[in-house]
Write a protein that binds this ligand. Structure first.
Ligand SMILES: O=c1nc[nH]c2c1ncn2[C@H]1C[C@H](O)[C@@H](COP(=O)(O)OP(=O)(O)OP(=O)(O)O)O1
Ligand SMILES: [Mg+2]
Length: 199
């Protein structure tokens, strides 16, 4: 069975990616299996560029087929910020808590308590021989200043997806999030492309 490495250092992404790929006939493993690898340099200008940078970099590092995700949150009243800079919104040593605090601060500075927003996800797969498959997904909703829920990761406690009025992404189960999320949609398209390649 072909080995596929889930090439991300984000445990929240690993959970969602592993769940989406579990039904496929691949031996799906995590990056942890390869020890401490230096971070990829995410200097692309788009989610798609960064996803491909990470997939190609980790494919080189591991010698195995790799699947990488680049994703982020675009907030309308902040002109699409933090966008591709979502992981480092609060600076170099940012984490989910400091990024969320920075987001609340920026919305308050803009004088609003909510804004239209969307999550974006680009997925890239690079196989052992360097062949590439890609997919993208988007999820629309609202950011509000009242956080709720403990599931998911990142900005999820503040993101109210349009499919579930009154609930945040952090109040959805993994299966519910997977159905509507940017990552779930991108992974579904990628899984179809991977399966087509197996025939
Ligand atoms: O479903 C999501 N729910 C909540 N927040 C999310 C989601 N999807 C992306 N995000 C946020 C988290 C992070 O601030 C940024 C991704 O940044 P991004 O560089 O792609 O990932 P990362 O640095 O965490 O891990 P890695 O690059 O190793 O895959 O967007
Ligand atoms: Mg990153």
């Amino acid at each position: 069975m072909q080995k596929i490495v889930i090439a991300t250092k984000n445990p929240g992404k690993v959970r969602e990616m592993a769940a989406a790929l579990s039904a496929l006939p691949f031996d799906v493993v995590s990056l942890a299996e390869f020890g401490e690898l230096p971070d990829a340099i995410e200097d692309g200008k788009t989610f798609a560029e960064n996803a491909l940078i990470k997939a190609a970099y980790y494919q080189q590092q591991t010698g195995c087929a790799c699947i990488a995700d680049d994703s982020g949150l675009e907030i309308a009243v902040l002109d699409g910020a933090p966008g591709i800079h979502s992981a480092r919104f609060a600076g170099f040593h940012a984490d989910d808590a400091t990024n969320n605090a920075k987001m609340v601060e920026e919305l308050q500075r803009a004088g609003v308590s909510e804004s239209a927003a969307d999550y974006r996800c680009a997925i890239a797969f690079v196989d052992e021989d360097g062949a590439v498959l890609t997919a993208e997904g988007r999820c629309d909703g609202q950011i509000k200043l009242t956080p709720r829920g403990t599931n998911g990761f990142g900005y999820d406690p503040y993101f109210y997806p349009q499919e579930y009025p009154g609930r945040t992404m952090a109040e959805l189960t993994l299966a519910e999030k997977q159905q509507i999320s940017h990552r779930g949609k991108a992974l579904k398209v990628l899984a179809q492309k991977l399966e087509a390649g197996q025939e």
